[in-house]
Write a protein that binds this ligand. Structure first.
Ligand code: AGP
Length: 606
């Protein structure tokens, strides 16, 4: 969702602010803007435009002031359409105070009514603009102290926010605040940064500071002051970012998504390293596994599909019941949770609001929370009792690929861990599974080496109106993931079904030439026979069937061969061709691969 950048320092601010916005483009947005300080007491210089960053950059060709401090924003519209006026930054009525915001201000209607009564003139339809007017009044009441004003304003706001503000009276200061929305500080040498994501400043510094809930930060080129809303100065928690700028660049690939598909062998290896012989030290200290009698996995989208696969592994190996629920639905049915429940939120970003709120509900009701996350220091792991970090590296494309592969690995590791401590699996079984897991990176590599013909085949279906995906057991969540990927990227109707469910209705969708992708388990297994029958059923009604399997599946029209593995691990291999189908279809249909329409990478609103 919205991207936020602030720079103050020895260099000209425009370049790092624009570069930061570029690096945050992956989050998805529909307008962009920047504000720069000019001179003490003078009006700020502001430009904002609907559409992509390129539109904003065109307006900058006529010149910008030489400024050493500024803020930039990419907006994903919520309140008010994606127009120039609704784009951020928003200004106070004197044009000296600028504010950018990510999140939603829930009490903006009442705030706006009160501020209009006090004489403030509003220009946009946004919830954000109320905050800038409120901040303007508070700043005057605090004799020009912007940080003190920010503390007062935050206490009045309901909802979620990351806020950055600058005022021309303190041109080298930027004041930020956060609640339920990410904000990190980049610590430089004679320069400092604020951003919604470390990717924005990774090219300049790898030193970062975490900001907690309801904290306010005031940065200048040489100083960083963090306070709580009462004004108490808080200690700094600095950490080193473990990846470098090149990880967030395309590195010769046509798209981030393609790069990330090809990074999967390494990502899987990185997630496995040091964990094949137990997760003990990493997670056990804060979780009482002996107490658990139920596991609940909560997640959204692709992460939810990883959770569905996880259910098979954790239930079977760990000998414990597992529920998997859409995070956005979870707390609204007021589920029964207590200290015997282990809740596992899965999230690439660690900032997904639906997942965060579901997890908070579970925690408040006594559950133990053990998250699976890809983003160090993000809100979900910080609020969990323990975390298993997937080491996929930064995932930039909106459509999740390598994060999914590593979430699957995390599920298997948790299943084995629970099985080990609950005594439901033998050490021989664990050793056998460790071998299967260790072999996965090379097997994914093998799949990647053979996908070229699939790209060609995919283009044949470019004008199809629909594509269906079938699977059974762990192949069913894989089918759901294949359908989600295709919807996101090709803007095409796609659905995943359990193979056995077809005859109960969905088979009516099959027509002459309908493409159907089927996940087929290893030859000779009962489920392989059942799936082969399902393939016959759709073929008999005109479908063109692409089977993904480790054997030749005579009933299929085309077979994408993948290496053999343990049946539970097959999704790690079979999802790769599904990602390639979605990628290729997006290109064939002329769609934006890395930033599909209407979508955002990190969904920080409910
Ligand atoms: C997948 O391709 C998505 N873009 C989306 O479904 C994503 O997986 C979901 O929004 C959850 O995000 P998270 O893992 O960051 O919580």
């Amino acid at each position: 969702m919205c991207g936020i950048v602030g720079y103050t320092g020895k260099n000209s601010a425009l370049a790092p602010v624009l570069e930061g916005l570029r690096r945050l483009e992956y989050r998805g947005y529909d307008s962009a803007g920047i504000a720069l300080t000019v001179a003490v007491g003078q009006q700020l210089w502001v430009e904002k435009r609907a559409g992509k960053l390129g539109n904003l950059e065109e307006t900058l060709e006529d010149g910008t002031p030489d400024s050493h401090s500024g803020i930039g924003h990419t907006r994903w519209a919520t309140h008010g359409g994606p127009t120039d006026t609704n784009a951020h930054p928003h200004l106070d009525n004197e044009g000296k105070l600028a504010l950018i915001h990510n999140g939603i201000i829930e009490n903006y209607v009442e705030l706006r009514a009160e501020l209009e009564r006090r004489g403030h003139i509003f220009k946009s339809e946004t919830d954000t603009e109320s905050v800038v007017h409120l901040l303007s009044d508070a700043r005057k009441a605090h004799h020009g102290d912007l940080a003190a004003a920010m503390r007062e304003v935050c206490a009045e706001l309901r909802g979620s926010f990351t806020l950055l503000a600058i005022h021309s009276d303190q041109p080298d200061h930027i004041v930020g605040a956060r609640r339920n929305s990410p904000l990190v500080v980049g610590v430089g040498n004679g320069e400092n940064f604020l951003a919604s994501d470390v990717a924005a400043f990774i090219a300049h510094t790898k030193r970062a500071l975490e900001l907690g809930q309801d904290e306010v930060v005031d940065i200048s080129p040489t100083e960083i002051i963090i306070t709580d809303l009462q004004g108490n100065v808080l200690p700094h928690h600095e950490y080193e970012i473990s990846w470098d700028a090149s990880a967030a660049e395309r590195g010769g690939y046509a798209h981030f998504m393609l790069k990330e598909i090809y990074e999967q062998p390494k990502a899987i290896l990185d997630t496995l390293i040091g964990r094949l012989h137990g997760l003990g030290a990493e997670i056990s200290q804060n979780i009482d596994f002996g107490k658990i009698d139920k596991v609940v996995i909560i997640a959204c989208g692709t992460a939810f599909h990883a959770g569905l696969v996880g259910k098979y592994a954790i239930e079977q190996w760990g000998g414990i019941s597992v529920e998997v629920e859409y995070a956005s639905e979870y707390r609204y049915r007021e589920p029964r949770v207590d200290g015997h429940t282990l809740v596992i939120p899965i999230s690439q970003s660690g900032e997904t609001m639906d997942t965060l709120m579901a997890m908070r509900y579970a925690k408040e009701n006594g559950a133990q929370v053990f998250s699976v996350c890809n983003t160090n220091g993000s809100t979900i792991p910080r609020e969990s009792d323990a975390v298993l970090y997937t080491h996929a590296g930064p995932e930039i494309a909106v459509a999740s690929t390598k994060a999914f592969a590593t979430q699957l690995i995390a599920m298997y590791l948790i299943g084995l861990h629970l099985g080990q401590i609950r005594g439901t699996i033998t050490s021989e079984f664990i050793a056998e599974m460790a071998e299967h897991l260790e072999a996965l990176p090379a097997k994914v590599e093998q799949v990647l080496e053979t996908v070229e013909p699939l790209r060609e085949l995919t283009r044949q279906f470019k004008d199809s109106s629909s594509m269906l995906f079938l699977g059974r057991h762990v192949g069913y969540p894989t089918a759901l993931e294949g359908a989600l990927k295709l919807k996101e990227l090709a803007y095409m109707h796609a659905e995943g079904f359990p193979g056995g469910e077809l005859k109960h209705g969905p088979i009516a969708l099959i027509d002459q030439g309908t493409p159907v992708v089927a996940m087929i388990p290893a030859e000779g297994s009962l489920l392989a026979e059942k799936m082969a029958s399902n393939v016959q059923e759709v073929k008999a009604r005109g479908a063109v069937v692409i089977a993904i399997s480790d054997w030749h599946v005579p009933a299929a029209s085309h077979v994408v061969r993948i290496p053999s593995t343990h049946p539970f691990l097959q999704p790690v291999l079979s999802v790769v061709p599904l990602q390639v189908i979605a990628y290729e279809m997006a290109i064939a249909r002329g769609n934006d691969v890395d930033q599909p329409r209407n979508l955002a990478k990190s969904v920080t609103v409910e």
